[in-house]
Design a protein. Structure first.
Length: 219
């Protein structure tokens, strides 16, 4: 994926890729030197979107993914590695075989753990729900439910809302709490709390003040 760029005001992760990858000739792992998301993959922002560094490098070296279910797989098993020689497009099943060989397999069955659910949430906006679903062996709809906070929000269990919960939400609104503060006050995750607030008729996480009366009309 050839691309011209201007160094001015470009993100440091993108600049590092463009300055380092084209001339890298070693067979050794090339480790991503910047921040990583929870699963351990390098991450950076370009064009106002979060991108996985190894996937971006794979696109540079080998062109776009053949399909939505393909992963940028590591032959070395090191998630932080961005050496183009260690990256290739593989299907979910091929990638899982590699992970078992590397000892980095995420799961032993289609069921996921709380930690994996947390990882799925961190991948929202970084890759598509289809790609995340293929990575963890779950359905796309399950990925969307997890990322919206409707499932796996409370140690893997869906919280059953009670009248006492609703009372706390209304009290939080009266105090002018935002959604993060409201969730902490209620003791639940932010996503489900926000959805519950909307469901019981609250328009936002801010206090709902009465409208000011209209000024009297003058003749």
């Amino acid at each position: 994926m050839a691309r011209s760029y201007n160094a001015g005001n470009m993100p440091k992760g993108y600049l590092w890729i463009m300055e380092t990858i084209p001339g890298y000739q070693s067979d050794d792992c090339l480790l991503w030197p910047f921040s990583c998301c929870t699963p351990g993959y390098g991450i950076f922002m370009i064009d106002r979107k979060n991108r996985l560094s190894h996937r971006y490098v794979c696109e540079m070296a080998h062109g776009p993914a053949p399909g939505p279910g393909y992963h940028a797989a590591h032959s070395c098993g090191n998630r932080r590695c961005v050496n183009p020689r260690h990256l290739s497009w593989k299907t979910q099943s091929d990638n899982q075989l590699d992970r078992r060989a590397h000892g980095t397999n995420n799961k032993g069955s289609s069921k996921i753990t709380q930690m994996q659910a947390n990882q799925i949430r961190t991948l929202k906006g970084v890759e598509t729900a289809i790609e995340t679903a293929a990575r963890y062996g779950v359905t796309e709809s399950n990925v969307r439910l997890i990322q919206s906070g409707r499932t796996w929000a409370n140690n893997g269990k869906i919280h059953k809302w009670t009248p006492e919960d609703d009372k706390k939400i209304r009290e939080a609104v009266s105090k002018g709490y935002n959604f993060r503060q409201m969730a902490e006050f209620v003791g639940q995750a932010r996503g489900p709390t926000m959805l519950r607030a909307y469901r019981i008729g609250l328009r936002s996480g801010q206090a709902q003040y009465p409208r000011k009366p209209a000024p009297p009309q003058t003749s």
